[in-house]
Design a protein around this ligand. Structure first.
Ligand code: 4AD
Length: 462
């Protein structure tokens, strides 16, 4: 057949590949003749029929090979991942049957574009579809084959949702009139402590992979106003946990002339809007429903809890700190204790007012209690901390004192300090780990599942 191009109406956009027809007009009960291209996601033989689920990106189409076609050599040896071109008529599904878009392609011609191996080398043999992501052995072996596992339904759906969520952040910030910028990844200043810095030789000078774009965002407030970025951050984490990566995607924003309460209000509105926008995408909504069926959007206002109350909460329940003692004011709340608290309270928590000495150098002290900072961590059930934010020290002298207290040489920070010299302002911001947000949204066992090619201690391949 010699197909001719026809225009695509709204439903046709869902069709895999280019929709073409030859011969008579479609519509009004007449089948449309189309050519589709894709890879075999599934193949099933039933009676004399061969059902092929063709995959093109996130789209799927059921194709049926009947009669002589189903008896050809290529049809009989057809295996998953073979790429095919199929021409046939599009029909509504017989009642009581199910397939994507409620239609099937009744093939009258097909051609193997490129074969895929069967037997021991078959995709499904090398990378099983359902494996336990909690089993480290299984996941290490499968992560070596991540380029192939990505072809399975769940891994690709997660990456698709990731793209929708990223777009949702961009839309939400566009609606708020916040400008997106792109700070550098190669830097010479630390933000979150020296122990997790990746250092490198930069033309003979020491440099690092950035831990956070925060300090750079702060420099833009006087020129661009409120700003945000979605960039990679790097942490040389020396432990293997379910929620730590060496390279992760950091959604960060900085807001000018705000109070701490403004920051908290902003965060809950942003997260709610991003969840709404994500659920507006039908494929993302279906994916969340499938993998996190009990998901409910957090209700506003989010529960706000001071750090000191969290310490009391942990003491009352006998949950110990990392040394095995009762928690006392000043303790870091470690991952295990934090998880127990979030899982038991089982709702989104904004944990605020952490002691200054367990937080980063740049955090503003609270006006009513000098021991603590105007800081916030957002904790989500199943994951724990997904956001870290604070008001920033905006007084020149106070910042110099903070460098000194932390033992930081102020000279590489000259550009950051200058902000406090030329018309400073009360301001604050936050960083949100995109992979942790996804782990919460999709109930993933580990943030590794939310990465295309995860990087964590020991893994830089593929
Ligand atoms: O709490 P953190 O370290 O805060 C900052 O970096 C601030 N400078 C951000 C800012 O205010 N602009 O990190 C913020 C968030 C965490 O809550 C977590 O979600 C994520 O970044 N994060 C990680 N995600 C995966 N792997 C890691 N190793 C992470 N470290 C932090």
């Amino acid at each position: 057949p010699k197909p001719v191009q026809i225009s695509l109406d709204e439903t046709d956009v869902n069709v895999i590949g280019t929709l073409r027809k030859s011969g008579s007009e479609g519509g009004d009960g007449k089948a449309v003749r189309v050519l589709v291209q894709g890879r075999v996601q599934r193949v099933a033989k039933q009676g004399g029929l061969i059902f092929v689920w063709l995959r093109r990106g996130m789209k799927r189409m059921q194709c049926v090979l009947t009669g002589d076609l189903s008896k050809t050599y290529d049809a009989l040896v057809l295996v998953r991942e073979t790429s095919l071109e199929i021409i046939g008529e599009l029909w509504e599904l017989p009642p009581g049957t199910h397939a994507p878009l409620s239609r099937e392609l009744r093939a009258d011609f097909f051609r193997v574009v490129a074969a895929a191996p069967g037997g021991d080398d078959a995709l499904i043999t090398r990378v099983p579809e359902n494996y336990d992501t909690a089993s480290s052995q299984a996941s290490e072996a499968l992560l070596n084959l991540r380029h192939l596992t990505l072809r399975h339904d769940k891994p690709s759906a997660v990456i698709y949702v990731r793209s929708v969520v990223e777009r949702a952040f961009q839309t939400a910030y566009h609606e708020l009139g916040v400008t997106k910028v792109s700070p550098p990844a190669l830097v010479q200043t630390q933000v979150e402590g020296g122990s997790t810095l990746f250092s490198l030789d930069y033309y003979g000078q020491p440099a690092y992979l950035t831990q956070s774009s925060q300090l750079y965002l702060e420099t833009l407030l006087p020129s661009l106003g409120d700003v945000y970025c979605i960039e990679k951050s790097f942490r040389a984490e020396k432990s293997l946990t379910r929620r730590h990566l060496s390279e992760y995607t950091h959604v960060e924003a900085e807001l000018d002339f705000i109070t701490f309460d403004d920051l908290l209000d902003h965060l809950e509105k942003l997260i709610s809007r991003v969840v709404d926008l994500t659920l507006e995408d039908p494929v993302a909504a279906a994916t969340i429903k499938e993998y996190n069926k009990d998901f409910v959007k957090p209700t506003m206002p989010f529960r706000r809890m001071r750090y000191s109350d969290a310490i009391d909460w942990l003491r009352e329940r006998g949950i110990k700190n990392e040394e095995g003692n009762d928690h006392v004011f000043g303790d870091d709340i470690a991952e295990a204790a934090e998880r127990r608290m979030t899982d038991e309270i089982n709702e989104c928590i904004m944990l605020t007012h952490f002691p200054a000495h367990i937080k980063a150098f740049y955090m503003q002290r609270a006006a009513d209690d000098d021991r603590v900072t105007e800081s916030v961590d957002i904790l989500m059930p199943g994951v724990g901390e997904i956001v870290g934010g604070s008001m920033r020290i905006w007084d020149f002298e106070e910042l110099l004192a903070a460098y000194k207290r932390e033992g930081l040489d102020p000279s590489p920070y000259y550009w950051y300090t200058d902000q406090r010299k030329y018309g400073s302002s009360p301001h604050g911001g936050f960083g949100l780990g995109l992979e942790r947000f996804l782990a919460w949204l999709l109930k993933l066992w580990t943030v590794r599942e939310a990465c295309l090619y995860p990087r964590y201690m020991g893994r830089c391949t593929p």
